[in-house]
Design a protein around this ligand. Structure first.
Ligand SMILES: [Mg+2]
Length: 232
């Protein structure tokens, strides 16, 4: 088996439980600022609208159509509007609160700490993450896993989002790592796997819940601890 030296991890939903942490934050914000006006029972509806709008705005951001500050603000502005509450100052408040509160959440994907603890003894570990630097870096510190990583690369710093090749090359250079001794591990078949493969990196796709998926990754796992078998 090939000997790797440097392991590059995606952060959101690979190590840091984005789905759960985001959900907790949105629920708290809803109950604090919106439940009275929109009704406690309408939370689920609000979240559906939020996710749809957030995804659309992120796609626009990836295509360079809007700025990151607009994503952060407009996802709340438009969700409020669609929920029948046009309130720009409230949207601004929610945007700020979300960016302040969500990185403070500490739920990690099952097995993350044990796996990082073990791998850090034999490999150099790194992060490559899409997202806003001021949000992504605190997540690592607050959830207590920052010290496992030698380098951190965000899309903001690299100047483009995964799957662009530039972000992987930027991270490799920063880590002083060789392509043929490096492995990219992530949960996004497009961003993490296709992007990394295109510059010649070996990859591990982390597919939760044993979803059947067409993938071109070097390895596929459904639990983080399976990494220990691949890399033992
Ligand atoms: Mg991810």
């Amino acid at each position: 088996m090939k000997r790797y030296k440097d392991l590059f991890f995606d952060l959101d939903d690979t190590l840091w439980d984005f789905k759960r942490n985001s959900e907790e934050t949105l629920r708290e914000l809803y109950h604090e600022y919106l439940a009275q006006e929109l009704g406690k029972e309408n939370y689920a509806q609000f979240i559906l609208i939020y996710h749809r709008i957030n995804e659309r705005l992120w796609n626009d951001y990836k295509l360079n159509k809007i700025k990151k500050s607009e994503v952060a603000y407009q996802r709340f502005l438009f969700t409020l509007e669609e929920s029948g509450l046009s309130n720009a100052s409230l949207a601004r408040l929610l945007a700020e609160e979300y960016l302040r509160s969500s990185p403070a959440k500490t739920n990690l994907i099952a097995g993350a700490v044990e796996v990082l603890e073990t791998l850090a003894k034999s490999y150099k570990l790194h992060i490559i993450t899409n997202g806003f630097t001021e949000v992504q870096i605190p997540k690592l510190h607050n959830s207590g896993i920052r010290h496992y990583f030698t380098t951190l690369t965000t899309s903001e710093e690299a100047g483009c989002l995964k799957p662009c090749g530039q972000i992987f090359n930027f991270a490799l250079e920063k880590a002083e790592a060789q392509i043929n001794e490096s492995l990219m591990i992530g949960d996004d078949p497009e961003g993490d796997i296709r992007g990394a493969r295109e510059i010649g990196l070996d990859t591990v796709l982390f597919v939760k819940h044993h979803k059947r998926i067409q993938t071109e990754s070097t390895y596929t796992i459904s639990e983080l601890k399976e990494l220990l078998q691949i890399l033992s």
